[in-house]
Design a binder for this molecule. Structure first.
Ligand code: HEM
Length: 528
């Protein structure tokens, strides 16, 4: 490259844009602060320097309290216009599903749950699968995970669960005993733990994993009739999971392999694709089932509630800026469009408060004005002001003086409900704090254990045994009891696995004590 030594710029630089301050002033010197003499003290009126440093000091927003590590991409959803063989309008008036072939732009954020923003993507952890669709009726968020069930069924337990899954609050050291301590007192988690400690607990990449809404929603048709619905994403790339050993080998070299994989695949033009399926159920108690359909620790059996295809999703664009478009993205289970509703799933209802609440803190009161979060439809609202308010005058409607509703003088009006009969579930029960009456904590856990392939079951036993071997005896016994209740063989094999691993650890410990060897050098990481 030819250099113009005098100005210290290459000739190619002449085509580049000039650096400016955020006030639009050209920056003449971006290398040296202003000082008294070339070695003297710095001056305080150095506007460019102070702006540069003070903005840097504020570069990060708080990371997500869960799902902090993640990445994302943009693309579209294409509806099949039907659900299975039936017209989709029979079940929902949501326009995103009507009109075969219609495309709706969307963005997706994939994540892990417990780790911090730059933690390894090889963690044994559920993966977040959050989709934001910019529909013609406003935004629809489907905030799901890769696994189809969850650890708990009541939102009240979520903060405790997350505390237990994260590092010790005193030492900040991760310790599997914390998680198993919580889980040993949470029998409904047995099913999820069975998936999580099998190879399904470490998806190979974000492109090769399923997604699921996990919680139960409702679809509402034009007459206001509702059915219960569960959503599932199936990757067209196929499903790939990692063994613990494979994950550790990747982690030794790369803590961001899944982010890299997604980004590079899209750059190469290999656009990942998922098909969306729904399961549908009448909204009632279903006495014929041995579980409560609103219990998110349960799978809806496919033979009774088949997976019906409704559309497909393609991711074909990488973010232009990670912070603006991914880190500031804000998803929530409350973000539903007309034709969708909440079920009485207790987790869903608790979640729905939590998301927008944390986003007002994490991103700011006007987080919905950011391009990634704003709908592509017009917004007309009387919600106003707050820090960093960037509303455009069009949002105020034809009469900006009337920032309230109702009014006889003008301003915004309520939407027309023609063809949008309200869905009005009725209740006749006392208010109470009570568990559900069909917990059936072990039935599906045992079934899932027996459904795994042999090598997956071997991995499950090994992973559980290795993790539980370093736990307190009381916790080991409680966990063995849960697994035994799920399946007698399951419990027995975990018990044997723990005993074997503890012997190995004991032998390692003895070796460490042999004179002449450096005591304790194998202790680090022995718990995994
Ligand atoms: C993220 C709360 C259960 C999937 C979050 C965040 C909170 C939260 C506060 C951070 C959001 C943000 O900073 O933008 C809760 C509560 C739950 C719950 C209170 C239970 C009561 C679940 C379940 C799933 C799930 C069952 C799976 C279906 C996700 C995903 C994200 C997330 C995918 C990341 C979204 C993103 O990529 O920005 N959750 N959560 N959560 N949660 Fe939950």
């Amino acid at each position: 490259m030819a250099e113009n030594k005098e100005n210290n710029v290459s000739n190619d630089d002449q085509n580049r844009e000039t650096l400016t301050t955020r006030q639009g002033h050209p920056v003449f010197d971006n290398q040296n602060i202003r000082t008294i003499g070339d070695r003297g003290p710095a001056t305080l009126e150095n506007y460019h320097f102070i702006e540069k440093i003070s903005h840097f000091d504020r570069e990060e927003v708080p990371e997500r309290v869960v799902h902090a590590r993640g990445t994302g991409a943009f693309g579209y959803f294409e509806t099949y216009g039907k659900v299975g063989d039936e017209p989709v309008e029979k079940y929902t008036r949501a326009k995103v599903f009507s009109g075969a072939g219609k495309k709706t732009p969307l963005m997706v954020r994939f994540s892990t749950v417990a780790g911090a923003k730059d933690s390894p993507e090889t963690a044994r952890d559920p993966r977040g699968f959050a989709v934001k669709m910019y529909t013609e009726d406003g935004n629809w968020d489907l905030v799901g995970n890769n696994l189809k069930i969850f650890f708990i069924r009541d939102a009240m337990k979520f903060p405790d669960m997350i505390h237990a899954f994260k590092a010790d609050p005193v030492s900040n050291v991760p310790n599997p005993q914390r998680m198993f301590d919580f889980v040993s007192k949470t029998p409904e988690a047995t099913h999820m733990i069975t998936f999580l400690f099998s190879p399904w607990g470490i998806p190979a990449t974000y492109r090769h994993m399923q997604g699921s809404g996990v919680n139960t929603y409702k679809w509402v048709n034009a007459e206001g009739e509702a059915v219960l619905v569960k959503y599932h994403w199936e990757p067209k790339q196929g499903i790939r999971n990692l063994t613990q050993e494979e994950a550790e080998a990747i982690q030794a070299k790369n803590v961001g392999h899944a982010t890299q994989d997604l980004f590079e695949a899209i750059e190469r033009g290999e656009y990942p694709e998922w098909e969306l399926f729904v399961q549908i159920m009448e909204d009632d108690y279903h006495p014929e089932l041995d579980f409560d359909p609103l219990d998110d620790t349960k799978l809806w059996p496919e033979d009774k509630f088949p997976w019906l295809p409704v559309g497909r999703m393609v991711l074909d664009r990488n973010p232009k800026d990670f912070h603006a478009e991914i880190e500031q993205a804000a998803f929530g289970t409350g973000v539903l469009v007309d034709g969708m509703d909440f079920s009485d799933d207790k987790m869903l209802q608790g979640r729905t408060f939590s998301y927008s609440d944390t986003q007002r803190y994490r991103v700011g009161a006007n987080y919905l004005q950011l391009p990634v979060n704003a709908p592509k439809t017009e917004v007309h609202t009387n919600q106003q002001r707050g820090q960093m308010d960037q509303r455009s005058p069009e949002e105020f409607g034809d009469n900006p003086h009337i920032n309230y509703e109702p009014s006889m003088l003008g301003g915004l009006k309520e939407a027309d409900t023609t063809g949008r009969a309200p869905h009005r579930p009725t209740y006749n029960a006392a208010a109470m704090t009570a568990p559900i009456d069909r917990p059936n904590n072990y039935g599906q856990a045992g079934h899932t254990y027996r459904s795994l392939e042999d090598w997956e079951r071997d991995e499950l036993i090994k992973n559980l045994s290795d993790a539980l071997a370093v736990c307190d005896k009381k916790i080991q016994e409680a966990m063995i009891e849960h697994f035994t209740k799920a399946d007698e063989e399951y419990g027995r094999r975990v018990q044997e696995g723990i005993a074997k691993k503890m012997k190995e650890l004991e032998a390692m410990h003895q070796e460490d004590l042999v004179p002449g060897r450096e005591a304790g050098h194998t202790k680090f990481g022995q718990g995994t």
